[in-house]
Design a protein around this ligand. Sequence first.
Ligand SMILES: [Zn+2]
Length: 350
Amino acid sequence: MVSHRAFEELHIPEVTRPWMESFENPNRIRLTREYLSNLGILDNQNVKSFDCKPAIREDIVRVHSPYLFDVVDELSRLGYGEVGSSSFVVKDTFKAACLSAGGAITAVNEVKKGSVETAFALIRPPGHHAGVGHCEGLCYFNNCAVAVRWLQGKRNMKRILILDLDAHACDGTSQIFYTDPTVLVLSFHEYGMEAIERGWLEEIGSGEGEGYNINVPLPFGTWGNAYRWAFEQIFPDVLRDFKSEMLVVCFGFDTHYSDPVGNMNLQAEDYAQLTRIILQLGKEVCGGKIAFILEGGYSLLALPLSIGAVVSTILDTEIKYFDKISGGEKIPKIVRDVTQEIQNIKKQYL
Ligand SMILES: [Zn+2]
């Protein structure tokens, strides 16, 4: 478990603008830690805890433009400013963003070193909407991309698969690796999000990276059953055929039915089942080297439970699910069609 107490104090966006930004706040981490602690997970003898260290400029500019790095830094010093759509800066934003990116680096580093098999980075702010030269959607630096470029630059890793399971398309991550065949980006998300009209099937990468960006857009209100069905049709084959050396999972829990931002119908037990598949495939293909990195998830009730579901599955312990609802047994035709289309596209490249 990689995290830091500072996430519970830094970067409190509602200070300046009580809007979308207020969902991404310190309570996300504080309540999750509290819940994990109550479950006994933080004291579990199989859990090692690591404090995040802030990423340094060299780490960030491997991915982002130096200008973006400086703008976030300078506006944070000023204590006020907007660096992108729904990305407001307050006085600690730069500190929190560097610590968050550093947490992602620590997670992949500990997995690469072999000190743990699986890592979970409990970090904020999220990162997957931040592109090379822009911040967006509550994201400042792209934590996962910074960690992946760090692995390639500092640890000589060649091929890495990023699996993004947030309600939103990881448009920043896709942009960063769009022409790069060494990093395959596979994103499951809902389509037709209010502001983010990206993440369509046709966005498959370009140049040498053509075929290495795979979007799985699922309709509004998709239930766990259909989501998991599509996941099992696509993810195992992609991971096996790409032969990733490590699996980096950007897990967002705004797909939960109670999330105030996302519009999907997943529940905590779905995350446990997805995690089971990920662990099994990760073992088969990349020797179990898996780093989970937190992205979104804004229901303060669902987020701790959802993360509890993932971490307890990693530890092979049981927890109680108090969010159970039933519905959505059928796989909608549109989900079958999208899945079929992706399988057809994939055949041409992998
Ligand atoms: Zn999201």
